[in-house]
Design a protein around this ligand. Structure first.
Ligand code: ADP
Length: 507
């Protein structure tokens, strides 16, 4: 016997009663709501049981109600306007609208309506409607439209890429930035919009990583068709189907042009500030340079005057008579040269060289350096240094500078007229402050420091001397503090001032 297709089987049912029975059975079991309505005010003549699941009404409750009473107020007008088209022109109409459930909330229904006409008069007898819940679809559509709007309006460049790496869609920002406003870009490979380096990165790393982990991010340089280069932070995503196969890729590229420009500007600012601070340091050093050089220069003048005095009217002077002042002049000149070199190093912004230093040697060198000045000032410089002293940490020239400042100041403060038989004493004392620090004190027999001056002593350019620069103590303090020590001044009870500073030991 020949088998029939289901359609053939259905149409072959000639028995009207049997057909109606089958239709009714399908309507009763369908999850879609099947309803019949009067043509004028769309009153329910019939509703399938799905009405309860869909709208919350029982079949008995809804029969007799007009659909117009359940449309969302915003859709009623729309529905009235469209209704004639539905009824009279095509007879079949699909419409999506909001419908009120029994509990008062609205759901989206998608309904297909069909008019049933009297075969004799062709008058509309009723309207047959099949409705299903479209809330999820409408919500998803809305969400998609919202997402699409965000994608279109974001300033980030969004590019959808097919599996063969051709571009399928670009958002407005990407079209603009890449120069594709008037161009059909769909056959372009995405790598066309990257620099050679960017291409290598995305092909060598980006796509492989996105394929295996779903995501890759990196900074690359994009390139528009016009040739502009756009630095971007690029996110590459691999999108998979439910079965796990990659369907397509998306790229979100954040334009870093402004950030790069800001970084560049910041770098420039930093360089400017660095330069400015170097100029300030140079200015500071220029003052201290003048100050420091003043000492050796006057010492040399003194040595040379001594030689001059010895030579005056004396043709047969022996080498032994001038050897000392001459060697001292040479040493002093070398010292001055060292200071200048050191200052030049500073202006080149070199870091000081911190080494382990033996303090006694350093102190004695400096005292020797000031000897002639002390002589002239009728001052003697003595030391009080314990024997076994641990070495300290510091930069040699910096420490010499500090010591020189303090000793010279002490000599100047202690200066006494020749008439005084006993020269005044400047004492350089070294003591162990604690396990980690050594203290150096330079005390004198001068007038001490007034209360007023005490608070300004370490200010830059504070000086009570006629030709003083007022930089010595300020610089000395910052040098000592940079080495992790402290420098301070006190007045001695027996008269005179005492300047002390601490240094870290090298052990
Ligand atoms: P300058 O020696 O060029 O004046 P300093 O910074 O070395 O600059 O000293 C600042 C001021 O501190 C001096 O002018 C002086 O008034 C005061 N001062 C420094 N050392 C002593 C000291 N041993 N006794 C008294 N006053 C001092």
């Amino acid at each position: 016997m020949k088998t029939r297709t289901p359609e053939e089987g259905f149409s072959a049912l000639t028995d009207d009663a049997e057909r109606n029975r089958l239709l009714a059975e399908m309507a009763e079991q369908s999850t879609d709501m099947i309803s019949r309505h009067t043509p004028d005010d769309w009153r329910f003549i019939y509703a399938s049981p799905a009405v309860t699941h869909l709208l919350g009404y029982s079949v008995e409750e809804i029969v007799g109600m007009s659909a117009y009473d359940l449309y969302h107020p915003d859709d009623v007008e729309d529905f009235r306007l469209r209704a004639p088209t539905v009824t009279y022109d095509r007879g079949l109409y699909t419409h999506t609208y909001r419908f009120r459930c029994k509990d008062g909330h609205y759901i989206w229904l998608e309904s297909t309506s069909r008019t049933i006409r009297d075969p004799d008069t062709n008058d509309i007898r009723e309207i047959l409607v099949v409705s299903r819940d479209a809330t999820h679809r409408i919500k998803a559509d809305k969400a998609n439209r919202r997402l699409a709007r965000v994608l279109e309006s974001t300033q980030d460049l969004v590019v959808f890429v097919n599996l063969d790496q051709t571009v399928s869609h670009l958002n407005e920002a990407a079209r603009r930035a890449l120069g594709l406003e008037q161009i059909d870009y769909t056959s372009f490979e995405v790598t066309r919009f990257l620099t050679d380096k960017g291409q290598r990165l995305i092909e060598g790393e980006g796509f492989p990583v996105a394929r295996s982990t779903g995501h890759w991010r990196g900074e690359v340089m994009m390139r528009s068709l016009r040739g502009d280069r756009i630095p971007v932070l690029l996110e590459l995503l691999a999108h998979r189907s439910l079965h796990g196969d990659i369907e397509y890729f998306s790229i979100v590229a954040h334009d870093l042009t402004d950030k790069k420009a800001a970084e560049e500007q910041l770098k420039q600012y930093r360089a400017d500030i660095d330069h400015a601070s170097r100029l300030v340091t140079m200015g500071e050093l220029a003052s201290s340079l003048a100050h420091e050089l003043n000492q050796p220069l006057s010492a040399m003048v003194n040595y040379l005057r001594g030689i001059e005095r010895r030579f005056a009217g004396n043709d047969s002077i022996a080498w032994g008579d001038v050897e000392l002042p001459i060697t001292r002049s040479i040493r002093t000149a070398l010292r001055a040269g060292e200071i200048i070199h050191r200052m030049m190093d500073f202006t080149r912004k070199q870091e000081p060289v911190i080494t382990s230093l033996a303090l006694p040697e350093l102190i004695n060198d400096m005292i020797e350096f000031c000897e002639s000045m002390a002589d002239r000032s009728h001052v003697r410089v003595v030391t009080d240094i314990p024997d076994r002293l641990p070495p300290v940490l510091g930069d040699r020239i910096q420490l010499e500078q500090v010591l020189l400042n303090l000793i010279v100041n002490a000599i100047e403060a202690s200066e006494s007229p020749e008439a005084e038989t006993e020269p005044r004493t400047v004492r350089v004392r070294v003591a162990v402050q604690d396990a980690d620090q050594i203290r150096v004190s330079v005390s004198d027999e001068g007038p001490g420091i007034s209360d007023d001056d005490m608070s300004r002593l370490f200010d830059r350019f504070f000086s009570t001397k006629q030709s003083g620069l007022g930089m010595g103590l300020a610089i000395s303090r910052s040098l000592v503090e940079n080495l992790g020590g402290e420098l301070w001044a006190t007045n001695l009870s027996e008269g005179g001032a005492c300047f002390s500073f601490t240094l870290n030991t090298a052990d």
